[in-house]
Design a protein around this ligand. Structure first.
Ligand code: RNT
Ligand code: ZN
Length: 421
């Protein structure tokens, strides 16, 4: 798109929004300040560098075998850099503990140290991105029973407690060096395929394990722990220890952050309507923006109704600063770099659309019981020229507008990823 075309379309859009009482410049500024936490695991199908021949377990699964996945730390970094070049704004990268720089050595989960992540910290500083972290409680021999921190065996629990302890220290060190708290997400896949009798017992064990490790106080200046609930996974269809009620209780009781993953509830249950409740009871939320298709399938995020509803709830709550937006999807059946770009852009577009809403006016209609007017404006807003504002935002940030990114992804595939063995 030509520069004049972008600017003209933006100016026209601005007039249309102004007529509705929307401050477009403010919306663009808010979007500029929005950092999305980009999950490193879309690039390599959640394999990581601990054991490159390892298998993904824990009830999650990638499907597809599209050529060109990243299989070294340099390839992963190169893919992420390409992604950054195709999206406007400054963002974060979310690492899992299995993505350390282990130098070809096998370092077990109860042995990892901040030094294994030092090259990531340096890389992030060089590339002007911040890092987030995730402990990895899956794809390991010691999770073969289906349980980790809630296993009956104290030795198994001890192993995973040590992992969690180390992950918190690594995340805190990342936070210290980057001068910004590192969000540390704790997802524990524990559960069972079939009718479980000892539900209370496992949940009590999980609570005790978490209590023991989380009593080590680390300043939120460096580290923000959050806990992610789930309803079921592959092989844990009947029972998951860390359910929504479990972590809702746990985080409210302990004044901690809760992670809501869009795919972790009943198939027709959404997370958008949970934000306004949980924001009343926990200090902050972490989101795993994902796309369930009939189950927790982790499809690439697209601009659909639920994504829009999530964005609206974040903005309308007035607590954008208390919601960390992270992505969590892994599609191995299409170009992985393209998958990133589509998902990140969709998330930004949803946020922009929400920011371009005349919320005060809509609230006024509600106060006056003018429900037809509210509905009509909500309908009108759907076809407003928000994409001209998005293109302007890209242009302002020196990033390609419109569909040009598709060609760039194709070129990167031709020159780089298709040549990987
Ligand atoms: C699994 C959880 C979890 C993982 C990542 C890899 O159902 O959503 O967040 O997807 O940690
Ligand atoms: Zn998740």
């Amino acid at each position: 798109m030509k520069k004049e075309q972008i600017i003209n379309a933006f100016e026209n859009a601005k007039k249309e929004y102004q007529a509705l009482g929307v401050n477009v410049d403010e919306a663009v500024e808010n979007l500029e300040n929005l950092s999305i936490s980009i999950h490193c695991w879309q690039a390599d199908d959640v394999i990581g560098f601990e054991n490159p021949d390892g298998e993904l377990t824990g009830g999650i699964q990638t499907t597809g075998n599209f050529p060109g996945k990243a299989s070294t730390i340099n390839e992963l970094r190169s893919d992420l850099k390409k992604v950054f070049s195709l999206i406007p704004g400054k963002h974060r990268v979310s690492l899992h503990a299995i993505y350390g720089d282990f130098n070809g050595e096998f370092i077990d989960r109860d042995q990892i140290e901040p030094e294994h992540f030092q090259s990531w910290i340096d890389w992030a500083l060089e590339n002007d991105v911040k890092l987030d972290f995730n402990s990895t409680f899956f794809s390991h021999d010691k999770s073969n029973s289906g349980y980790t921190l809630s296993d009956f065996d104290p030795e198994i629990r001890n192993f995973w407690k040590e992992h969690l302890r180390r992950c918190r220290r690594i995340a805190a060190e990342i936070g210290r060096q980057q001068g910004d708290p590192c969000v540390h997400n704790i997802w524990i896949p524990d559960g069972e395929k079939d009718k479980t009798v000892s539900r209370y017992e496992h949940r009590r064990l999980l609570m005790e394990s978490l209590d023991e490790v989380l009593t080590e106080k680390i300043s939120t200046e460096y580290l923000k722990d959050c806990l992610e609930c789930k309803l079921f996974g592959i092989g844990s269809e009947s029972y998951v220890t860390g359910s929504h009620e479990f972590y809702m209780g746990y985080t409210v009781k302990n004044n901690m952050m809760l992670t809501l993953d869009a795919g972790h509830f009943h198939p027709t249950e959404t997370i958008s309507d949970k934000l306004s409740t949980m924001l009343l009871f926990v200090p902050e939320l972490n989101l795993h923006v994902s796309r369930p298709e009939r189950w927790d399938s982790d499809h690439v995020v697209i601009l659909n109704d639920e994504l829009q509803a999530i964005a609206q709830e974040i903005v309308r709550s007035g607590h954008m600063d208390r919601v960390n937006i992270g992505l969590d999807y892994f599609d191995a059946s299409i170009n992985r770099v393209g998958a990133y770009v589509v998902g990140i852009r969709a998330t930004q577009k949803a946020m922009l659309k929400a920011l371009l809403e005349p919320t005060a006016q809509l609230r006024e209609f509600e106060r006056q019981d003018k429900r037809f007017e509210r509905m009509a404006y909500l309908e009108e807003l759907k076809s407003m020229p928000w994409n001209s504002v998005y293109n302007y935002f890209c242009h302002k940030q020196g990033v390609t507008t419109g569909d040009t990114y598709i060609k760039e992804v194709q070129e990167y595939e031709k020159d780089i990823t298709s040549k990987r063995v």
